[in-house]
Ligand binder design. Structure first.
Ligand SMILES: Nc1ncnc2c1ncn2[C@@H]1O[C@H](COP(=O)(O)OP(=O)(O)OP(=O)(O)O)[C@@H](O)[C@H]1O
Length: 310
């Protein structure tokens, strides 16, 4: 599949701060791609450059084959951009915000009106359609921001922290919507540091550390690194069950950590984890929960952040 978004050797500094040092990536259509990185790793700076709102100091970007530096309006026609905070037009109502945005994208008056109603329904804001945007809660503003990004039915979506401020129901709604948008063949690039959230929705992930993309080899090595599993035993406090678990696994109990719900054990591979489960059951330990303590993305992210995969 031809990637819709490509970047190579992209750099951008603010004065002496190198916000983006070396970013190269490819994002494919029909998929949701997560942009993952710690605070200050350059996610927003990168998204602004992809959205044609900030010029790179060096490197090359193409969105649907268009260079955002050469042809910013060409890029803006095909992208939907959701910034991490809604910004501007606080006195317009949610409905007016979407109507005006539609008009700015040259939708005829009636089409802009219909589209606004359709999007209000899609993000569950119909009941608040007449409220000024400034009185909306953070989560409601996020939903309006998402609707605004979708007004002109863009092929590429660039979403900066769309889940931030959303309640659990709205998060589920967002996940379903992102999957639908990707299933329609759109390209969805979404940044977040709520990794459990991304875990549920992304097909691919691009990892940023200190303004640079992490190579596929390094990501694969991080994903393979020693992984912590949580073992929970029926009716036993982890501080007590740690002894039985350590004995069954022939480990020193003092080397095993515990948290509120279980005992944490490191395994080098899934095969080793499966063999340990067998040993626990054979030793009569009543295991009621046995799973990786972190999701795949979080595990890789933490390993990259700690630098142990380099
Ligand atoms: N306009 C600016 N002027 C000066 N420094 C900036 C500016 N914008 C970003 N930076 C710096 O660039 C670096 C990257 O910032 P950026 O906002 O891109 O990170 P981020 O990954 O989106 O962070 P977060 O997860 O906290 O949103 C940070 O060190 C930030 O302080």
């Amino acid at each position: 599949m031809t990637p819709t978004i490509t970047a190579s050797g992209v750099r951008r500094s603010f004065g002496s701060v190198p916000a983006v040092r070396d970013i190269s990536l490819q994002v494919e259509p029909g998929r949701v791609t997560g942009l993952v990185g710690p605070n200050g790793s350059g996610k927003t700076t990168l998204l602004l450059m992809l959205a044609s709102l900030l010029a790179p100091d060096a490197g090359q970007i193409r969105i649907g084959g268009i260079d955002p530096v050469e042809d910013p309006s060409g890029v803006r026609r095909i992208i939907g951009w959701m910034p991490d905070a809604l910004g501007a037009w606080g006195s317009l109502s949610a409905r007016e915000t979407l109507f005006v945005t539609g008009r700015l994208y040259d939708l005829p008056r009636d089409a802009a009106r219909d589209r606004a109603e359709e999007l209000l329904r899609m993000v569950d804001l119909t009941a608040l359609a007449a409220s000024p945007a400034r009185v909306l809660s953070r989560g409601q503003k996020q939903r309006l921001g998402l609707a605004r990004a979708l007004v002109h039915d863009p092929q590429v979506l660039l979403l900066d922290e769309p889940a931030s401020g959303l309640d659990p129901e709205a998060r589920v709604g967002l996940r379903v919507l992102l999957r639908q948008l990707a299933a329609q063949g759109r390209t969805v690039l979404v940044s977040s540091h709520i990794l459990a959230e991304l875990e549920e929705v992304v097909d691919d992930a691009v990892f940023l550390v200190a303004g640079a993309t992490v190579s596929a080899e390094r990501v694969a090595a991080a994903a393979r690194s020693l992984r912590t599993w949580r073992v929970r035993v029926a009716d036993a406090d982890p501080a007590v069950s740690v002894e039985a678990i350590a004995a069954a696994l022939q480990r020193d109990a003092a080397t095993l950590a515990t948290d509120r719900s279980g005992v944490l054990v490191g395994f080098a591979s899934d095969t080793e984890a499966a063999a340990a489960l067998r040993a626990l059951v054979e030793a009569g330990v009543p295991v009621i929960e046995y799973a990786p303590a972190t999701g795949d993305l979080e595990h890789t992210f933490l390993d990259l952040r700690d630098g142990s995969a380099s």
